[in-house]
Write a protein that binds this ligand. Structure first.
Ligand code: GUN
Length: 310
């Protein structure tokens, strides 16, 4: 029997409606959450992602600053721009889209972002907090979106054996750390597999929940999946398709048609994890805005209280 479809599109729609209401309530109290997106160069996939993120932010009522820099932007210029955004009280979230052109060091750029405005969760301080199990850290949006999708679809990872395929800093590694955390969305038994794993199929077949972020089109085949498993496909790959209008189509890291016959539930590509990533970015922007706002309110209150005591 074909697996249940886990629709990221529908779950993200519900989440975005909740976020829109939360933004409206904040605006009524005088706080407009603000997001800056920084895109350097003309990577076509990045252009699409940043456009989609910006559009979703605007639809949620978030103030958006779109910044597009030329491919040959020097590092000092990018760092100067990020410093300006760090200091700007209208901006609560900063997203530097990856990958960056070769002359820009990714580590340096990510470390320049104020950790309190790091809605992508890529700053090493936030990475460390996540590794230490901090329940409140801003963690990377894609794995956070996977957790939210699992919970809202009724597949709580607590106590389950989850196998993550992939160890990237954007997905696989933080995915494993989120699943290991105590509490909501965590408490899983986690195995991380990757390109150097021997007999990968034997490992993936252990998974009650299989999360794939391998970056290889249709890499996970039916014989690699335990019957009845829940499969989450994080991959987005363009494969040539001369018959289609654009000349390509998008496929995941999972051979969808055949795995669907083995799994009990599966997320599609497109329409699976992608929309969840965007929804989590909006949520992180709202959370960052609330935290920065209450921090600035308490720092304003402090002298007043001191004056009252005097
Ligand atoms: N490149 C691929 N995924 C992401 C993401 O989630 N955030 C950023 N900033 N860049 C990416």
């Amino acid at each position: 029997m074909a697996a249940e479809l886990i629709s990221g599109t529908e779950i993200a729609r519900a989440l975005r409606a909740e976020i829109r209401e939360r933004v409206a309530a904040l605006k009524a109290r005088g706080l407009v959450p603000g997001l800056a997106t920084v895109l350097v160069g003309r990577n076509p996939a990045s252009e699409v992602y940043v456009r989609m993120k910006g559009k979703a932010a605007e639809e949620a009522g978030i103030y958006l600053r779109r910044i597009a820099l030329p491919e040959d932007t020097p590092e000092e210029e990018l760092l100067g721009l990020v410093a300006g955004l760090n200091a700007d009280p209208r901006i609560h979230g900063i997203l530097v889209q990856l990958p960056l052109p070769a002359q820009l060091r990714e580590r340096v750029a990510l470390e320049a972002v104020d950790p309190d405005k790091d809605v992508d969760g890529f700053h090493p301080l936030n990475v460390g907090r996540l590794a230490a199990g901090d329940p409140d850290v801003l963690a990377p949006c894609t794995p956070t979106g996977v957790i939210e999708m699992l919970l809202r679809a009724g597949y709580d990872p607590a106590g389950r054996h989850v196998v993550v395929v992939g160890r990237s800093n954007i997905v696989g590694r933080p995915m494993a750390l989120l699943l290991l955390r105590k509490g909501r969305g965590g408490d899983a038994t986690v195995t991380v597999a990757h390109s150097r794993t021997r007999d990968l199929a034997a490992v993936t077949r252990l998974a009650e929940i299989l999360i794939v972020a391998a970056g290889r089109p249709e890499f996970i085949r039916a014989n690699m999946v335990k019957p009845g498993a829940v499969v989450i496909d994080v991959g987005v790959n363009r494969v040539e398709d001369p018959g289609s209008e654009k000349g390509y189509r998008l496929v995941g890291d999972v051979a969808f048609a055949e795995v669907r016959e083995v799994a009990s539930a599966i997320s599609p590509v497109p329409g699976g994890v992608g929309p969840m990533t965007i929804a989590m970015l909006l949520q992180h922007t709202v959370v960052a805005a609330e935290r920065l706002w209450s921090a600035s309110a308490s720092s304003l209150e402090e002298p007043t209280r001191a004056a009252a005591r005097a």
